[in-house]
Write a new protein. Structure first.
Length: 536
């Protein structure tokens, strides 16, 4: 702006000099008037030059005016007026704090695949949440996607004060170990009661994260590896525990090679012979409620509910089947692959790990160095004899490719595959995987179970166990008369009163007003139950 003012005064002075050379005199006001009219390209023509020098000077003034008018003035306006206004409007879309009355909310210190999956579950259960984002543009992108965001540094105590952390239900940190340590320490200084859940990439970080203030430290890679080991259809057909709800155990048992193959649930007489109740079946990653006419096949994984004693009864009858010495092939020797190997070792199942990077190879007995896309490497690992292959790399595209490849090589093999993104689960099933586990879903489920504190147990791939007081409409009714399974898709697996719990109650059992019922079903089934009987 000062440059423009200076140029105007210079041109005004030169105007007078050239006009005196032409024998004319004008006032300084007239000179300033001519300069402004010429630079703005208005050109009224009431004052003109007669000499060539004057005409050349007029052209210089005119062209410089165009430059200022078309370039410098718009730039100045945008830089000092429009841009600040736009920035203020943009920042107004991303709040800096939550209302004072906000409480029982979940605070995320970043937005990643786990946060995305968990937010979906929180929305379904009407849990308030907010995501703390330090970058304005990222915050705006999330805001446009309908995500509740607050702008602020994740390591600044003031940010958490504005998020009402002392009234929050939980703070979730899913970044790297050092960032999570900083967050836990910062939050704990402000509140002694809020639950702080942090992810850890290294077991060595657990003590530090705990000292910093973490309430729970989660190792999702280890949990995923344990689940892969549990879901491996090898070694035996024993029941593998996947969750506990009070005194009740929820387990999974592969039906492969057992006398149950080809029978319906009614014909299997599992309840009469073992006490265990078959509440569901997994078929290639799809969960279905166990009905009387549901047929058990070689790929079926039974979901069973019962007590410890009932589980032992099942193992005595069916745990001896499907014994095999063939090794499991694990593709990928990262954290998930190594955790899977440890789980298989605990079950006394042989395994071999295919790994490309030599630095990850721990021993020559169980590791095969090479690329799993190479047929010779797969055969060296035992793909021709293996009953199961577990694909654990962190690259979804690679996992899809290897799933298709292994399915072509061995149409009869059982394939377990990992995915980072939830949306690729269906793709991996279409590629030929029998069981797919999402890192995002597993992390979200683990945190959700901590948040619910025993009221809901969310199992793999959307299978929920939840407890509610007996609805008024069911008071003093027999379970068989309620028809809950057909109406909602849920199954009553226990009735509790205080510390007394009846697992797998008889169909003739009455539902008393002062009791609680425990049900199992998919997320959709649970929503249907709540709308039908609870009213929300």
């Amino acid at each position: 702006m000062m440059v423009l003012v200076g140029v105007i005064f210079v041109y005004t002075g030169l105007f007078h000099v050239i006009k005196e050379m032409e024998g004319e005199e004008y006032s300084w006001i007239a000179g300033l008037y001519w300069t402004l009219v010429t630079m703005s390209t208005l050109g009224f023509g009431d004052i003109t030059f007669h000499s060539d020098l004057g005409r050349i000077f007029s052209m210089v003034v005119l062209f410089s005016g165009i430059v200022f008018l078309l370039v410098l003035l718009p730039f100045t306006f945008i830089q000092f007026f429009y841009a600040p206004w736009l920035e203020a409007q943009t920042q107004a879309r991303t709040p800096r704090e939550l209302p004072e009355k906000t409480r029982d909310h979940v605070i995320f210190t970043g937005y990643d695949n786990v946060a995305e999956a968990l937010i979906g579950k929180l929305v379904k259960f009407n849990h308030p949440y907010v995501v703390l984002i330090s970058d304005l543009h990222h915050a705006l992108e999330l805001n446009d996607l309908g995500i509740n965001v607050v702008l602020g540094p994740i390591d600044d105590p003031e940010s958490y004060k504005k998020l009402r952390v002392e009234q929050a239900a939980m703070v979730v940190a899913t970044g790297d170990d050092m960032i999570n340590t900083n967050i836990a320490f910062t939050v704990r200084e402000l509140s002694e009661n809020v639950s702080v859940v942090t992810f850890a990439n290294s077991t060595d970080s657990a003590d530090i994260l705990k000292l910093a203030g973490s309430t729970e430290v989660l190792y999702i890679s280890d949990t995923m590896g344990q689940s892969f080991g549990r879901r491996t259809l090898g070694g035996s057909a024993r029941v593998h525990v996947i969750g506990r709800f009070g005194k009740m155990i929820i387990g999974e048992a592969p039906a492969i090679d057992t006398p149950l193959i080809g029978k319906t649930i009614l014909e299997s007489r599992l309840r009469e012979t073992t006490g265990m109740n078959a509440v569901g079946l997994w078929e290639r990653g799809h969960f279905e409620l166990a009905k009387a006419d549901s047929v058990i096949n070689e790929k079926t994984v039974l979901v069973l509910a019962g007590s410890v004693e009932q589980m032992r009864n099942y193992d005595e009858l069916f745990g001896i089947y499907h014994a095999t010495d063939a090794p499991v092939v694990i593709i990928g020797g990262g954290r998930v692959g190594r955790a899977t190997a440890r789980s298989l070792k605990d079950r006394q199942i042989k395994y071999r790990i295919i790994e490309k990077e030599k630095s990850r190879i721990l021993n020559t007995k169980n590791y095969i160095h090479g690329d799993a896309a190479d047929i010779s490497t797969l055969r060296k690992a035992g793909i021709d004899e293996a009953h199961t292959v577990i694909i654990t790399t962190h690259d979804d595209d690679v996992n899809i490719y290897l799933t298709i490849y292994c399915r072509q090589l061995r149409p009869d093999i059982h394939i377990n595959a990992r995915t980072t993104l939830e949306r690729n689960m269906s793709t991996l099933h279409r590629a030929g995987a029998d069981f797919v586990m999402s890192y995002a879903s597993m992390g979200a489920n683990a945190i959700f179970n901590l948040l619910e504190r025993g009221e809901v147990l969310m199992l793999a791939e959307g299978l929920n166990i939840f407890k509610v007081p007996t609805p008024k409409s069911l008071y003093n009714k027999k379970i068989s008369d309620t028809d809950i399974r057909n109406k909602t898709g849920c199954t009553i697996v226990a009735i509790g009163k205080g510390d007394d719990t009846v697992i797998n109650p008889e169909p003739e059992s009455l539902l008393a007003p002062d009791e609680e019922i425990v049900l199992i079903g998919t997320l959709e089934a649970e929503e249907t139950f709540m709308k039908t009987y609870i009213g929300g």
